[in-house]
Design a protein. Structure first.
Length: 412
């Protein structure tokens, strides 16, 4: 079965993060069919192997579901594979498909399929399976021509407080709905000047008092969705980003939500010049306003020290407005190291156009494995995937076979 055929089959099996049982069962059956020993742990991780286990190939089998997903209708156009009105799941379904294709050929390696990576590296953090490999090739990178040797760490902050409501009859009230926001990955796309629906709202509705508001999708996505009812002293008119309609007066929360949103420092907070990527960033990811105010953000940094500084800054920011701020789902960075194995991957890559060493401003499970297995040498590769975690996600078809060929040569 060709890699794309395997991926097409995977795409039709629901596997949103937190709901991966069906695809997990398919992977287990697939491994058994081709003569592999198959082990599964309580976190849903799956390990397949035969006898020789010096190299581990690794990918996660959950996907971020946006739009109509998990209903995924594949669309090929101009050398790219995407999906109609949904995320594609090439992150990390292409990696899974490459591993399954190698297993069809009865390749001798450890094949580790991790679960629920997209909701906090859950599978990797809770791995109970015992790896024997001294080298690991992660297949979750998203730029062809790069051998990744480092990644960002991250932490999520959720801030909340109860709200008090009051009448505001002197204000003009409008219902507001966001539109045309492209979305994107809160790590790899944070430097691409993609508008954040929540931050754009703060500037559009200057000084607004809020009756209710809901915005954002996921902590690891740049927000697209926003809707609510607000009161302002002036007039609001629809534009390319927001539809507004007159609404009946409602009670508004006394809390100055607008100042919190306007004051939040969103986007790139520092730059790592060596690899040409952000070194620190913040994504204002979600907000709910009603009887309570809940705000969630995701922070990323390429070193533990910078991550601790960011966490302190943003918790202090929220607390200065009287919110209770808590941290969740911390994961450590994978600080860049060019190992002998990374150099081997680079040498093989030379036969397919060449590559350069890189680090990525996003979380990779490599960071977790580097901590669990300090002597393991790890590198990460993958095809070019644009706009992951959005309905515009697409993968460049010409990259898939070379990544497969590189992995196959390394298995030998």
């Amino acid at each position: 079965m060709h890699i794309l055929e395997i991926f097409e089959h995977i795409a039709q099996i629901p596997h949103c993060s937190g709901h991966t049982r069906q695809l997990g069962e398919f992977i287990q059956s697939f491994g058994q069919k081709y003569g592999y020993k198959v082990e599964k742990d309580r976190a849903g991780n799956i390990l397949c192997y035969r006898s020789y286990r010096d190299l581990c190939l690794q990918a996660h089998y959950d996907m971020v579901c946006v739009g109509k997903a998990p209903q995924v209708e594949l669309v090929q156009k101009d050398g790219w594979l995407g999906a109609k009105d949904s995320s594609l799941g090439a992150d990390n379904g292409i990696g899974v498909a490459i591993m399954l294709a190698l297993m069809q050929e009865k390749a001798e390696a450890e094949f580790l399929f991790t679960n629920d990576e997209e909701i906090g590296l859950v599978g990797a953090k809770n791995l109970e399976l015992q790896l024997q490999a001294s080298r690991m090739l992660n297949l979750d990178s998203e730029e062809f021509g790069k051998v990744y040797v480092g990644c960002a760490g991250g932490v999520d902050i959720v801030a909340s407080k109860s709200c008090t409501k009051e009448r505001a009859d002197h204000l003009r009230f409008y219902s507001i709905t966001a539109k045309n926001f492209p979305g994107g990955h809160s790590g790899v796309d944070i430097d691409k000047d993609i508008p954040n629906a929540i931050k754009a709202f703060a500037h559009f509705a200057k000084g607004a008092k809020i009756a209710w508001l809901e915005a954002g999708e996921r902590l690891n996505s740049i927000p697209v969705h926003l809707e609510g009812v607000i009161g302002v002293e002036g007039e609001l008119h629809s534009n390319e980003w927001f539809d507004v309609r007159k609404s009946q007066p409602q009670e508004v929360v006394q809390e100055d939500v607008w100042s919190i949103l306007c004051g939040f420092a969103d986007g790139v907070r520092g730059w790592q010049k060596e690899f040409g990527i952000p070194s620190r960033s913040a994504n204002l990811a979600k907000i709910e306003v009603g009887d309570k105010l809940h705000i969630a953000c995701s922070l990323r940094a390429n070193s533990d020290e910078d991550l601790q500084k960011l966490e302190c800054e943003y918790r202090t920011f929220f607390e200065s407005f009287g919110l209770l701020a808590k941290s969740y789902d911390r994961y450590q960075p994978w600080e860049p190291v060019v190992t002998p194995f990374a150099k081997e991957v680079d040498r093989v890559y030379e036969r397919y156009g060449g590559a350069q060493f890189a680090a990525i401003h996003a979380g990779l499970e490599c960071a977790v494995f580097a901590k669990k297995y300090p002597s393991m040498q790890i590198a990460s590769i993958g095809p070019t995937i644009q706009n992951p975690h959005s309905i515009h996600e697409r993968v460049r078809l010409a990259d898939i076979e070379p990544i497969y060929a590189i992995a196959k040569e390394l298995v030998r």
